[in-house]
Design a protein around this ligand. Sequence first.
Ligand code: E4P
Length: 227
Amino acid sequence: IKLFADGAVLEEMISAYKEGVVKGFTTNPSLMKKAGITDYVSFAKEVITHIPDLPISFEVFTDNFDQMIREAEEIASWGDNVYVKIPITNSYGELSIPLIKDLSKKAVKLNVTAILTLEQVQQVVDAFAPGTHNIVSVFAGRIADTGIDPIPTMKKAAEICHQKPNTELLWASSRELLNIFQAEECNCDIITCTPDILRKLSNVGKDLTQLSLETVQMFSKDSKDLG
Ligand code: E4P
């Protein structure tokens, strides 16, 4: 499985790139807002100057499909490593499938995002033009947030995606390190994780008795600080 970094903090993205742990990047408007970005285009172009050779997804901002086409073409022109993120619907709930077909025919590399159902996965995979490279982002964490185990959905989504060459399934909205192993078990091609989850990679293989001791030591230290 390929690890991607999910975020919009330039310094964190550059250090993840330099460390070589991740093989690509995802961003979204909410992550950019959280990072305090006010000029989307300048931010994106700066990111690409630092990260010119790994896949990176930038999302369209508009709600209107005619404008979205133009915005998507502009985003695609920023670099060969850029995937244009298209939400599965606009914010009025209108399906983006006609737009996806259009852009895919023009060979724009797409990352279709905010997918939560297998019906959406099938519609998106059917819409991709033959010979194009695309990512299907299924929000496993948001499925889990409703109390439903996302694993059966992700396994089936992988089967659907892999019917079409060069279509990669991405496990999105990761919530914990365990998700990396679950995504691998589901045959996902990619999982994107926030820096706080990526930092926990150093825990893999850790002795649990030692971890128990460290936990007690943390409680002990903090209780002293309570006075
Ligand atoms: C992926 O590309 C998305 O940006 C991200 O994983 C969404 O995460 P969230 O559901 O926690 O907002």
